[in-house]
Design a protein around this ligand. Structure first.
Ligand code: COA
Length: 415
């Protein structure tokens, strides 16, 4: 079976996490992704957080599946010529260098357009145009400037960053969507275009509901779905809401059996309005189903702490999986807090290809997260990440270089 992006060639100038997330997705959808790295060094993550001496790190291998690796010194004049040939051959150039780095290499938007007017140039940057556009940015900086940190954590503690890499991987996802959209538009216009995904913008997009709440707070001075209500105070900005869903269906994280020794013996429990009667029955508080203080969502809002404490008395008598099984029977939305160990061992995630075991010639077998997006006509086969420069000769030959020319370029330090 063919792949959705068969025939699309990506010149992959990405490194670390945000850009590689994007190009890995494109590779999983069938694009030929040619990753350009510096000879002798490569993507810095190859050697970061190493767990097997001499082997590419999991940081690198888990973000660079299904790609080819070529080494080119793009500051070497002859290396630049190779890069020009690649620009003429590829459809998309993806990069997440620090601002201005591509221009400093001599590959401005204008120059790239001269070489290939159909080329789409896609970039991740920390910030969009404005006062911070020249700043280098990493994951947690993006979480802080995109509104996630100020709205994550508990009211009585400092801002908190989340383990989900919404700044890096989140922005990579945004960029991938921008690229396929630009490719689609190119089928009609014949032209390439610039695609920019700024990490601050990507995080803010994922925090959209918090900007919603900011405006609600300004209008009403109070947010009844937040744990600060009814006894706490609200300031000028959306506060941290702990584990509250903050939406129309109140939720909280509750202890389950074993919580004293297992840090993940918890369940997320949602008091969804349509199943309120069933919740009352399950926890043994049948009278709450009709009691005016509890029967309606509005009546419950000022009593959420008491209600969750009562539900917790019930969840503490069950393991998180027992609780989930019982609650699911009644369509009561809930979710056990799964540890990474539990996820790694989850058979159903292995079956769907969401968790995949990959074999690597240097490090051996390891687990990775496969493609979370499943296309029925374009199934993903996860193949290992490339060794540094593994495909240099192959790609050079495709560009028309002879073995003697390749040797000469290597001797000159261009590749
Ligand atoms: N040959 C020659 N030079 C190369 C090269 C190659 N194949 N590949 C990269 N380089 C050079 C670049 O041209 C640049 O040189 P310059 O500074 O002289 O212009 C240099 O390597 C370093 O690139 P830079 O992007 O500045 O790396 P860094 O390690 O200093 O910064 C980041 C890392 C992530 C902070 C920065 O790239 C950044 O802010 N990127 C945008 C936001 C982003 O994606 N952040 C999240 C990363 S997960």
């Amino acid at each position: 079976m063919g792949k959705a992006l068969d025939g699309v060639r990506i010149l992959d100038f990405t490194h670390v996490q945000s850009g590689p997330t994007c190009t890995q997705l494109l590779a999983w959808f069938g694009a030929d992704v040619i990753k350009v790295e510096r000879a002798g060094a490569g993507d810095i993550t190859r050697e970061q957080l190493r767990d097997v001496p001499g082997a590419d790190s999991l940081y690198f291998t888990m973000l660079n599946h299904n790609k080819r690796s070529v080494t080119i010194d793009t500051k070497n004049p002859e290396g630049k010529l190779v890069l020009e040939a690649l620009i003429q051959k590829c459809d998309v150039l993806v990069e997440n260098f620090a601002p201005g780095a591509l221009d400093r290499m001599g590959f401005t938007w204008e120059r790239i357009q001269e070489l290939n007017p159909r080329m789409i140039v896609a970039s991740v940057k920390g910030f969009g145009p404005g006062p911070y556009e020249d700043c280098k940015v990493y994951e947690n900086v993006a979480q802080c400037v995109g509104g996630a940190a100020s709205t994550t954590g508990f009211d009585d503690g400092p801002p908190v960053v989340t383990g989900a890499q919404i700044g890096d991987s989140g922005t990579g996802l945004h960029l991938a969507l921008g690229i396929v959209t630009a490719l689609y538009q190119r089928t009609m216009t014949g032209r390439g275009q610039k695609v920019l995904a700024a990490m601050q913008d990507g995080v803010l997009n994922l925090c959209r509901v918090k900007l919603r709440d900011q405006q609600r707070l300004e209008r009403t001075g109070v947010m009844k779905e937040y744990p600060q209500y009814p006894n706490g105070t609200f300031g000028e900005a959306v506060p941290r809401a702990g584990n509250a869903s903050g939406g129309g269906q109140p939720g909280w994280i509750l202890k389950c059996k074993g919580w004293e020794h297992d840090p993940n013996a918890y369940i997320y429990f949602i008091t969804q309005a349509p199943v309120w009667v069933k919740i009352c029955n399950v926890i043994g508080r049948e009278e709450w189903a009709t009691h005016p203080d509890y029967a309606t969502p509005d009546a419950r809002l000022p009593r959420l702490k008491e209600i969750f404490a009562e539900v917790e008395r019930w969840t503490m008598t069950k393991t998180k999986f027992e609780a989930m099984e019982i609650l699911n029977k009644y369509d009561i939305p809930c979710g056990p807090i799964l540890s990474m160990k539990e996820i790694a061992e989850d058979e159903s995630l292995r079956k769907t290809g969401t968790v995949v075991e990959v074999d690597h010639p240097v490090r051996g077998k390891y687990l990775t997260v496969g493609n979370p997006i499943k296309l029925s006509d374009s199934p993903t086969e996860v193949t290992r990440s490339p060794l540094l420069g593994e495909h240099t000769d192959e790609v050079m030959a495709e560009l028309g270089y002879s073995p003697a020319q390749i040797d000469a370029l290597r001797t000159a330090g261009a590749i």
